[in-house]
Design a protein around this ligand. Structure first.
Ligand code: GTB
Length: 212
């Protein structure tokens, strides 16, 4: 069954790979499946045809036969559950890897998104400069504890898993702020993720659409 995902016709990041289709592309590449991409403009995302796939009119979505999914976390977990390579066979190790997917999305990504929003959406408010250090420090609290947990390990839970794929994807959004580099083992961890051939293919595929 052909996998079809949706992505921005032109990502606002100009090809940095920060939109959430990249994590889905990466997961599909890790498990070695072919896929097709339907590109959408911002207005097309709000049309009934796309709202039928994604209730909030966003990307990414995932279609495979009769199955339609939205939410990058649910999509990555579905791919990991139905294909070898992203979740361990051992039940406890598998549960721990899934826990890291949730940790990335529910505990680490929110303060990083808050920082992005503080800069992009609130940067012109009179109170923006006063609030920014508070937002940055909330990110640092998470980074400090994540860095301590990772230590000098390559990955969060033994072998590379969907948990690392999601955590690296989330941390990539932090690089431009300079905060990622304050935590050398996390910066190396992200670079290790980016060096994976599957990530390279996913990145190149989105770049081919968004660059220029
Ligand atoms: N929780 C959902 C998920 O994980 O799938 C969030 C999906 C989401 O936020 N999608 C965004 C979207 O469709 C694109 S990824 N936005 C259009 C809209 O809501 O109308 C978010 C994103 C956008 C741009 C950048 N960037 O330019 O750096 C990074 C991330």
């Amino acid at each position: 069954m052909t996998i079809i995902i949706t992505a921005f016709e032109r990502s606002p990041d100009g090809g940095k790979g920060l939109a959430r289709d990249t994590r889905v592309r990466w997961a599909i590449e890790e498990v070695g499946r072919p896929y097709e991409v339907r590109l959408l403009s911002f207005s097309a995302m709000k049309e009934p045809a796309h709202l039928a796939l994604h209730p909030f009119g966003q990307i990414p979505t995932y279609e495979e036969g009769d199955l339609v999914l939205f939410e990058s976390g649910a999509i990555v977990l579905h791919i990991a559950d139905h294909n070898a390579g992203l979740l361990p066979d051992d039940a406890n190790a598998r549960a721990r890897a899934i826990t890291w997917v949730f940790a990335a999305l529910n505990t680490v990504e929110p303060p990083i998104l808050d920082l992005a929003n503080a800069k992009i959406l609130e940067g012109n408010k009179s109170w923006s400069m006063a609030r920014l250090p508070l937002v940055e420090d909330r990110v640092r609290v998470r980074m400090r504890l994540l860095a301590a947990r990772l230590g000098d390990a390559d990955w969060l839970n033994g072998a590379f898993s969907a948990g690392d794929l999601m955590m690296v994807s989330v941390l990539l959004r932090l690089r431009a702020s300079g905060i990622l580099d304050e935590f050398p083992n996390l910066a190396t961890y992200v670079a290790r993720g980016e060096a994976r051939p599957a990530y390279q293919r996913a990145f190149a595929a989105q770049l081919a659409i968004n660059a220029g």
